[in-house]
Write a protein that binds this ligand. Sequence first.
Ligand code: HEM
Ligand SMILES: CC(C)=CCC/C(C)=C/CC/C(C)=C/COP(=O)(O)OP(=O)(O)O
Length: 301
Amino acid sequence: MSKSTTVNVVASPRASWRDYYQITKPRVVALLVLTALVGMCLSTPGAIPWQLLVNSMLGIWLLSSAAAAINHIVDEKIDAVMKRTYKRPMPNGKITPFNAIFFACILAFSGFTLLYVAVNPLTAWLTLSGLVGYSVIYTMYLKRATPQNITIGGLAGAIPPLLGWTAMTNEIHGHALLLVLIVFTWTPPHFWALAIHRRDDYAKVNIPMLPVTHGIEFTKTQVLLYTILLFVVCLIPYLVGMSNWLYLVSAVVLNSIFFAYAWKLKFYPEESTAMDTFKFSIVHLMLLFIMLLLDHYLLPV
Ligand code: HEM
Ligand SMILES: CC(C)=CCC/C(C)=C/CC/C(C)=C/COP(=O)(O)OP(=O)(O)O
């Protein structure tokens, strides 16, 4: 009689393409690429060569996605504990660290090569510095070190308009830096509104986000002050003759709404106000950049 052995194999859930797609933070990267596209279009008065446009957007998209994937790899342990993130593909074991690293390397290598060869080396190096800024300086160091983590780290997420600009012109222009300044000033109220709502998550994993270290009220004041600063910064493109009245009117309306959300958050908060403010921040930036684009093509200065 032959003996049979029963082996209990606990299969780890298999990753699908959707899991890999998820660790690239697709919606964040989509908005980043939109800001890069606006940088590209505003850099040149006329039409832009479509091959250059496609190669630039693809390269920036690949490197930003790689940066997001590295963020998921580095944050696996804290993501496993936080309510907002515990279902992500890394903490739930669908994607192994080895596979994620391999995936991120392919994205980063192909993105860098594409930008270097088909766009220009300046854009390739600047985009790589965005990756290092986000996945190394912000994620590995600043995020765990200081409540000003996102003010400094925000520079990496703000750089895409400059990348779009250099992709077209191969030079760093003051107007491109102005677009970077807009995203840079937008980032603190964008993130702190969410961090107010998720304060306990961050406290649980000892991440020194502003609402954890300085309290909810202080953070709400900062959100309000940043929306005022952002209002002023968003007027500069009109004041320096970079854009026309269509952008000006849109910027005034969008920033007034953002300010109103921040005011409500500070003085008349309801359960949902912090998340409503966070959600509006995304609509704000998206519409602001779309209006910059429409203004550029409909009312050239
Ligand atoms: C250091 C800078 C930033 C921090 C700390 C930050 C933080 C966050 C966090 C924690 C979320 C929630 C993500 C989730 O629950 O999956 C989020 C969502 C989002 N962020 Fe940011 N963000 C930053 C910069 C940016 C930039 C520069 C952009 C685009 C220009 C951006 C666009 C978005 C979008 C579109 C979402 C919604 C994503 C979705 O619904 O899946 N963020 N951000
Ligand atoms: C090349 C280039 C331009 C790179 C840009 C990189 C990039 C994807 C920036 C987005 C910023 C962001 C979503 C930060 C949140 O990280 P978090 O770790 O605080 O948020 P999480 O807890 O949701 O992961």
